[in-house]
Design a protein around this ligand. Structure first.
Ligand code: ISE
Length: 341
Protein backbone atom coordinates (compact mmCIF):
# COMPACT_ATOMS: atom_id res chain seq x y z
CA UNK A 1 0.00 0.00 0.00
CA UNK A 2 1.26 3.49 -0.83
CA UNK A 3 0.49 6.50 1.34
CA UNK A 4 -0.12 9.76 -0.53
CA UNK A 5 1.53 12.58 1.45
CA UNK A 6 0.91 16.30 0.98
CA UNK A 7 3.66 18.60 2.28
CA UNK A 8 2.97 22.05 3.73
CA UNK A 9 6.15 24.11 4.07
CA UNK A 10 9.07 23.36 1.78
CA UNK A 11 11.78 25.42 3.50
CA UNK A 12 14.97 23.89 4.77
CA UNK A 13 13.60 20.95 6.79
CA UNK A 14 10.39 20.61 4.71
CA UNK A 15 12.39 20.22 1.48
CA UNK A 16 14.60 17.67 3.23
CA UNK A 17 11.48 15.69 4.23
CA UNK A 18 10.25 15.70 0.61
CA UNK A 19 13.69 14.47 -0.47
CA UNK A 20 13.68 11.62 2.05
CA UNK A 21 10.17 10.69 0.99
CA UNK A 22 11.20 10.55 -2.67
CA UNK A 23 14.62 8.92 -2.24
CA UNK A 24 14.78 7.02 1.04
CA UNK A 25 11.43 6.02 2.51
CA UNK A 26 9.29 3.19 1.29
CA UNK A 27 5.54 3.22 0.79
CA UNK A 28 4.97 6.94 0.20
CA UNK A 29 4.33 9.24 -2.76
CA UNK A 30 4.09 13.05 -2.94
CA UNK A 31 1.02 14.19 -4.89
CA UNK A 32 0.94 17.78 -3.56
CA UNK A 33 3.10 20.53 -2.08
CA UNK A 34 2.37 23.95 -0.67
CA UNK A 35 4.70 26.75 0.35
CA UNK A 36 3.95 30.40 1.18
CA UNK A 37 6.42 31.39 -1.55
CA UNK A 38 5.05 29.26 -4.35
CA UNK A 39 8.21 29.29 -6.45
CA UNK A 40 10.05 27.46 -3.64
CA UNK A 41 7.49 24.63 -3.69
CA UNK A 42 7.84 24.56 -7.47
CA UNK A 43 11.62 24.12 -7.20
CA UNK A 44 11.27 21.32 -4.65
CA UNK A 45 8.66 19.63 -6.88
CA UNK A 46 11.05 19.80 -9.83
CA UNK A 47 13.84 18.27 -7.74
CA UNK A 48 11.99 15.48 -5.97
CA UNK A 49 8.34 15.15 -7.00
CA UNK A 50 7.84 16.11 -10.61
CA UNK A 51 4.22 14.88 -10.68
CA UNK A 52 3.20 16.87 -7.59
CA UNK A 53 0.60 19.60 -7.79
CA UNK A 54 1.69 22.88 -6.17
CA UNK A 55 -1.44 24.20 -4.48
CA UNK A 56 -2.31 27.88 -4.04
CA UNK A 57 -3.37 27.49 -0.39
CA UNK A 58 -2.70 24.98 2.41
CA UNK A 59 -6.46 24.38 2.67
CA UNK A 60 -6.56 23.26 -0.97
CA UNK A 61 -3.84 20.70 -0.16
CA UNK A 62 -5.53 19.48 3.03
CA UNK A 63 -8.87 19.02 1.27
CA UNK A 64 -7.47 17.46 -1.90
CA UNK A 65 -8.76 13.91 -2.44
CA UNK A 66 -5.27 13.11 -3.80
CA UNK A 67 -3.80 13.72 -0.32
CA UNK A 68 -4.28 11.04 2.33
CA UNK A 69 -2.00 12.40 5.03
CA UNK A 70 -0.25 15.69 5.67
CA UNK A 71 3.28 16.68 6.71
CA UNK A 72 3.56 20.19 8.20
CA UNK A 73 6.97 21.88 8.25
CA UNK A 74 5.81 25.48 7.84
CA UNK A 75 6.50 28.27 10.37
CA UNK A 76 5.62 27.37 13.96
CA UNK A 77 2.83 30.00 14.21
CA UNK A 78 0.91 28.20 11.43
CA UNK A 79 0.96 24.74 13.07
CA UNK A 80 -2.11 24.90 15.29
CA UNK A 81 -4.49 26.11 12.60
CA UNK A 82 -3.21 23.60 10.03
CA UNK A 83 -3.32 20.62 12.42
CA UNK A 84 -6.90 21.56 13.40
CA UNK A 85 -7.86 21.73 9.72
CA UNK A 86 -6.27 18.32 9.04
CA UNK A 87 -8.17 16.80 11.99
CA UNK A 88 -11.38 18.38 10.73
CA UNK A 89 -10.75 16.78 7.33
CA UNK A 90 -10.22 13.44 9.14
CA UNK A 91 -6.65 13.12 7.84
CA UNK A 92 -3.49 11.89 9.56
CA UNK A 93 -1.01 14.68 10.16
CA UNK A 94 2.69 14.80 11.00
CA UNK A 95 3.52 18.19 12.50
CA UNK A 96 7.03 19.47 13.14
CA UNK A 97 7.67 20.71 16.67
CA UNK A 98 6.24 22.72 18.33
CA UNK A 99 2.74 21.30 17.94
CA UNK A 100 1.47 24.82 18.68
CA UNK A 101 3.22 27.92 19.98
CA UNK A 102 1.35 27.83 23.31
CA UNK A 103 -0.07 25.22 25.66
CA UNK A 104 -3.55 26.66 24.99
CA UNK A 105 -3.08 25.98 21.29
CA UNK A 106 -2.03 22.39 22.03
CA UNK A 107 -5.07 22.00 24.28
CA UNK A 108 -7.36 22.93 21.39
CA UNK A 109 -5.68 20.19 19.36
CA UNK A 110 -6.13 17.66 22.23
CA UNK A 111 -9.86 18.50 22.29
CA UNK A 112 -10.28 18.23 18.52
CA UNK A 113 -8.42 14.93 18.28
CA UNK A 114 -10.28 13.38 21.23
CA UNK A 115 -13.58 14.55 19.71
CA UNK A 116 -12.62 12.84 16.44
CA UNK A 117 -12.12 9.72 18.62
CA UNK A 118 -9.15 8.68 16.51
CA UNK A 119 -5.46 9.29 16.92
CA UNK A 120 -4.49 11.41 13.91
CA UNK A 121 -1.45 13.43 15.03
CA UNK A 122 2.27 12.64 15.24
CA UNK A 123 4.59 15.39 16.49
CA UNK A 124 8.02 15.79 14.87
CA UNK A 125 10.25 15.14 17.87
CA UNK A 126 12.97 13.07 16.18
CA UNK A 127 15.31 12.23 19.07
CA UNK A 128 13.36 9.12 20.19
CA UNK A 129 14.35 7.62 16.81
CA UNK A 130 18.10 8.23 17.30
CA UNK A 131 20.19 5.14 18.13
CA UNK A 132 21.97 6.80 21.07
CA UNK A 133 18.76 8.02 22.72
CA UNK A 134 17.09 4.64 22.08
CA UNK A 135 20.01 3.01 23.84
CA UNK A 136 19.57 5.35 26.83
CA UNK A 137 15.83 4.58 26.91
CA UNK A 138 16.27 0.81 26.87
CA UNK A 139 18.94 0.94 29.61
CA UNK A 140 16.61 3.06 31.74
CA UNK A 141 13.76 0.64 31.08
CA UNK A 142 16.08 -2.20 32.22
CA UNK A 143 16.79 -0.22 35.41
CA UNK A 144 20.52 -0.12 34.58
CA UNK A 145 21.35 2.76 36.96
CA UNK A 146 18.47 2.51 39.43
CA UNK A 147 16.28 5.55 40.09
CA UNK A 148 17.54 8.64 38.24
CA UNK A 149 18.41 11.51 40.57
CA UNK A 150 19.85 14.17 38.27
CA UNK A 151 20.60 14.81 34.62
CA UNK A 152 22.74 17.25 32.67
CA UNK A 153 22.18 18.13 29.05
CA UNK A 154 23.54 20.56 26.48
CA UNK A 155 21.86 21.66 23.27
CA UNK A 156 24.19 23.70 21.11
CA UNK A 157 23.79 25.14 17.63
CA UNK A 158 26.71 26.80 15.81
CA UNK A 159 24.72 29.92 14.77
CA UNK A 160 21.14 31.08 15.26
CA UNK A 161 20.59 33.66 12.55
CA UNK A 162 19.18 37.16 13.04
CA UNK A 163 15.53 36.02 13.31
CA UNK A 164 16.12 34.17 16.60
CA UNK A 165 14.66 35.67 19.77
CA UNK A 166 15.29 35.03 23.46
CA UNK A 167 12.00 33.10 23.67
CA UNK A 168 12.93 30.93 20.68
CA UNK A 169 15.85 29.46 22.64
CA UNK A 170 13.04 27.86 24.63
CA UNK A 171 10.16 27.37 22.19
CA UNK A 172 12.29 26.15 19.24
CA UNK A 173 15.44 24.71 20.84
CA UNK A 174 14.96 23.65 24.49
CA UNK A 175 11.60 22.12 23.57
CA UNK A 176 13.48 19.08 22.20
CA UNK A 177 15.19 18.52 25.58
CA UNK A 178 11.88 18.93 27.41
CA UNK A 179 10.36 16.23 25.23
CA UNK A 180 13.47 14.06 25.53
CA UNK A 181 13.34 13.96 29.34
CA UNK A 182 9.53 13.53 29.37
CA UNK A 183 10.00 10.48 27.16
CA UNK A 184 13.16 9.09 28.81
CA UNK A 185 11.95 9.43 32.39
CA UNK A 186 8.23 8.90 31.72
CA UNK A 187 7.26 11.85 33.88
CA UNK A 188 6.42 15.49 33.42
CA UNK A 189 7.74 18.59 35.17
CA UNK A 190 6.85 20.44 38.36
CA UNK A 191 8.93 23.62 38.21
CA UNK A 192 11.41 25.39 35.94
CA UNK A 193 13.93 28.20 36.32
CA UNK A 194 16.12 30.01 33.79
CA UNK A 195 19.55 31.51 34.49
CA UNK A 196 21.55 33.84 32.27
CA UNK A 197 25.31 33.28 32.37
CA UNK A 198 27.71 35.85 30.94
CA UNK A 199 26.45 36.30 27.36
CA UNK A 200 28.51 35.49 24.29
CA UNK A 201 29.72 38.51 22.34
CA UNK A 202 29.04 36.51 19.14
CA UNK A 203 25.29 37.18 19.25
CA UNK A 204 22.91 40.10 19.72
CA UNK A 205 22.89 40.99 23.44
CA UNK A 206 19.06 40.89 23.48
CA UNK A 207 19.15 37.15 22.78
CA UNK A 208 20.89 36.44 26.11
CA UNK A 209 22.74 33.47 24.64
CA UNK A 210 23.56 31.02 26.29
CA UNK A 211 20.88 30.20 28.87
CA UNK A 212 20.87 27.59 31.61
CA UNK A 213 17.55 25.96 32.37
CA UNK A 214 16.77 24.00 35.51
CA UNK A 215 13.87 21.56 35.18
CA UNK A 216 12.43 19.71 38.15
CA UNK A 217 10.37 16.62 37.35
CA UNK A 218 7.29 15.50 39.29
CA UNK A 219 9.39 12.98 41.27
CA UNK A 220 12.11 15.55 42.05
CA UNK A 221 14.77 14.69 39.42
CA UNK A 222 16.78 17.88 38.80
CA UNK A 223 17.87 18.47 35.20
CA UNK A 224 20.21 21.20 33.95
CA UNK A 225 20.09 22.06 30.25
CA UNK A 226 22.57 24.43 28.66
CA UNK A 227 21.02 26.02 25.59
CA UNK A 228 23.62 27.80 23.45
CA UNK A 229 22.60 28.67 19.91
CA UNK A 230 25.73 30.55 18.79
CA UNK A 231 28.44 28.25 20.13
CA UNK A 232 30.30 28.52 16.77
CA UNK A 233 31.87 25.07 16.77
CA UNK A 234 29.04 22.72 15.76
CA UNK A 235 25.65 21.14 16.38
CA UNK A 236 26.32 19.43 19.65
CA UNK A 237 23.84 17.54 21.81
CA UNK A 238 24.88 16.06 25.16
CA UNK A 239 22.94 14.14 27.77
CA UNK A 240 23.95 12.38 30.99
CA UNK A 241 21.66 10.80 33.58
CA UNK A 242 22.91 10.05 37.06
CA UNK A 243 21.17 7.28 38.96
CA UNK A 244 21.62 5.63 42.34
CA UNK A 245 23.85 2.92 40.85
CA UNK A 246 25.60 4.54 37.92
CA UNK A 247 25.64 7.07 35.12
CA UNK A 248 24.29 6.86 31.57
CA UNK A 249 25.75 9.05 28.83
CA UNK A 250 24.52 9.72 25.31
CA UNK A 251 27.19 8.46 22.87
CA UNK A 252 28.81 10.82 20.40
CA UNK A 253 27.65 10.30 16.80
CA UNK A 254 29.74 7.58 15.13
CA UNK A 255 32.51 9.33 13.21
CA UNK A 256 35.97 8.03 12.39
CA UNK A 257 38.89 9.57 14.26
CA UNK A 258 41.39 11.13 11.87
CA UNK A 259 45.05 10.93 12.93
CA UNK A 260 47.09 13.39 10.95
CA UNK A 261 49.85 15.94 11.41
CA UNK A 262 50.45 14.93 15.00
CA UNK A 263 46.78 15.24 15.99
CA UNK A 264 43.64 13.16 16.36
CA UNK A 265 40.38 14.81 15.24
CA UNK A 266 36.73 13.76 15.01
CA UNK A 267 34.27 15.80 12.94
CA UNK A 268 31.33 17.44 14.73
CA UNK A 269 28.06 17.73 12.73
CA UNK A 270 27.16 21.30 11.82
CA UNK A 271 23.36 21.10 11.84
CA UNK A 272 20.41 19.01 12.98
CA UNK A 273 19.77 17.61 9.50
CA UNK A 274 23.22 16.02 9.59
CA UNK A 275 23.27 15.01 13.29
CA UNK A 276 19.82 13.43 13.22
CA UNK A 277 19.60 12.32 9.55
CA UNK A 278 18.76 8.70 10.42
CA UNK A 279 16.35 9.73 13.17
CA UNK A 280 14.46 11.96 10.71
CA UNK A 281 14.28 9.08 8.21
CA UNK A 282 12.90 6.76 10.88
CA UNK A 283 10.33 9.18 12.33
CA UNK A 284 8.83 9.85 8.92
CA UNK A 285 8.92 6.17 7.97
CA UNK A 286 7.10 5.45 11.25
CA UNK A 287 4.45 8.00 10.24
CA UNK A 288 4.04 6.45 6.78
CA UNK A 289 3.82 2.95 8.28
CA UNK A 290 1.41 4.18 10.95
CA UNK A 291 -0.90 5.74 8.37
CA UNK A 292 -0.78 2.55 6.27
CA UNK A 293 -1.61 0.43 9.33
CA UNK A 294 -4.21 2.86 10.67
CA UNK A 295 -2.29 3.20 13.99
CA UNK A 296 0.19 5.97 14.69
CA UNK A 297 3.00 5.20 17.15
CA UNK A 298 5.25 8.30 17.28
CA UNK A 299 5.15 11.20 19.77
CA UNK A 300 1.50 12.15 20.25
CA UNK A 301 -0.42 15.36 20.89
CA UNK A 302 -0.14 14.83 24.65
CA UNK A 303 3.68 14.83 24.34
CA UNK A 304 3.35 18.00 22.23
CA UNK A 305 1.13 19.57 24.92
CA UNK A 306 3.48 18.71 27.83
CA UNK A 307 6.43 20.14 25.87
CA UNK A 308 4.61 23.40 25.07
CA UNK A 309 3.16 23.84 28.58
CA UNK A 310 6.66 23.35 30.05
CA UNK A 311 8.14 25.74 27.47
CA UNK A 312 5.48 28.34 28.40
CA UNK A 313 6.59 28.08 32.05
CA UNK A 314 10.25 28.50 30.99
CA UNK A 315 9.36 31.66 29.05
CA UNK A 316 7.61 33.00 32.17
CA UNK A 317 10.76 32.09 34.14
CA UNK A 318 12.96 33.93 31.62
CA UNK A 319 10.99 37.08 32.45
CA UNK A 320 10.53 36.65 36.20
CA UNK A 321 13.95 35.24 37.08
CA UNK A 322 12.05 33.05 39.54
CA UNK A 323 11.16 29.40 39.81
CA UNK A 324 7.87 28.95 37.89
CA UNK A 325 5.33 26.17 38.30
CA UNK A 326 4.41 24.05 35.28
CA UNK A 327 0.63 23.91 35.04
CA UNK A 328 -0.73 20.88 33.24
CA UNK A 329 -4.33 19.84 32.68
CA UNK A 330 -5.27 16.30 33.70
CA UNK A 331 -4.29 13.90 30.96
CA UNK A 332 -7.47 13.13 28.98
CA UNK A 333 -8.53 9.47 29.05
CA UNK A 334 -8.09 9.34 25.28
CA UNK A 335 -4.27 9.63 25.60
CA UNK A 336 -3.72 7.31 28.55
CA UNK A 337 -3.27 4.00 26.75
CA UNK A 338 -1.51 5.45 23.78
CA UNK A 339 1.38 3.48 22.34
CA UNK A 340 3.42 6.62 21.68
CA UNK A 341 7.22 6.16 21.34
C1 ISE B 1 15.55 23.81 15.06
O1 ISE B 1 14.26 24.18 14.68
C2 ISE B 1 15.58 22.40 15.51
O2 ISE B 1 14.61 21.71 15.60
C3 ISE B 1 16.92 21.95 15.97
O3 ISE B 1 16.92 20.60 16.33
C4 ISE B 1 17.36 22.81 17.12
O4 ISE B 1 18.64 22.43 17.53
C5 ISE B 1 17.38 24.27 16.69
O5 ISE B 1 17.78 25.08 17.77
C6 ISE B 1 16.01 24.70 16.20
O6 ISE B 1 16.07 26.03 15.76
Amino acid sequence: MTVRLGFIGTGDLGADHVRRCANILSGATVPALYNRTQSKAQTVAEQFASEALVTATPEELIESPEVEAIVISSASQTHEDLVLKAIEAGKYVFCEKPLATTADGCERILHAESAAAKRLVQVGFMRPYDDGYQNLKSLLTDDAVGPVLMAHAAHRNPFSGPHYTREMLISETLIHDINTFHWLLGESFRTVQVFYPRPTSRADAALRDPQLVLLETSSGVLITVEVFVNCQFGYDVQCALIGENGELRLPEPARAALRKNGQTSVAIPMDCKERFATAYDRELQAFVDGVAAGTLTGPDSWAGYVASATADACIRAQKSGQKEAVQLITQPEFYRNDTAV
